[in-house]
Design a protein around this ligand. Sequence first.
Ligand code: SF4
Length: 237
Amino acid sequence: MSLQQVAENITELVEGLNFAEKVERSLALIDDAHREFGDRLVVANSLGKDSSVVWHLAKRVSDDIRGFIITTRFKPPQTKQFMAEEVARYPELRVFSNDEPIEEGLCATDPDRCCELLKVQPTRRAIQEMHVGCWVTGLRCTEGRTRTDFTEVQELDKGLIKLNPILIWYEREVWQYLALYGVPVNPLYKEGYRSLGCEPCTRIAQGIDERAGRWIGTSKCGGECGIHTKPLLDYQI
Ligand code: SF4
């Protein structure tokens, strides 16, 4: 399957493929992208469960695949500790952040601006500094209301492909994979979180929407930080 030939009927794939078929499809997508982009294929690792799956799949395709982590001053200590362990295990994971001073309380008064500064800008820097031609994410269309319209292969910025190789996986299948392959996960999941982010903007939430605990009480509730929705190449550092 070439990246250009990827089928677009996402709902059929979500409901029609079983777990093993989804794993095979995800591996094939990463393998195709690796053949096409080589060293310019880079995995974005958010240190959440979906990223842990994608990183493990990528390493099954090739040990050489590199990755980047975007961190912020507001990440919970458990996530920072997990990041240190992952980077020690995989030195090919580079860490990017924006440590410049920002207005106090910005995450409450203007979370879009806060995410732009602390998450989107370092993502742009990672893509530029690592010479990325195709970045790989753990985005899934079953995660919540903001993620239903994505496809497995996208080109939101001309010249930059985004590959979402586990787009069609259910939450259950993510945990199934992590358990079956013994993949280490962020310890915050033990506390009941289902979607992880910065400490001030993440709560434990119940219900169908996996991302319901993100940015509770703001206009961004259950939404996106911007790395999947904003231009990543049209900028100046
Ligand atoms: S998740 Fe919250 S604290 Fe983190 S960058 Fe976005 S608004 Fe700021």
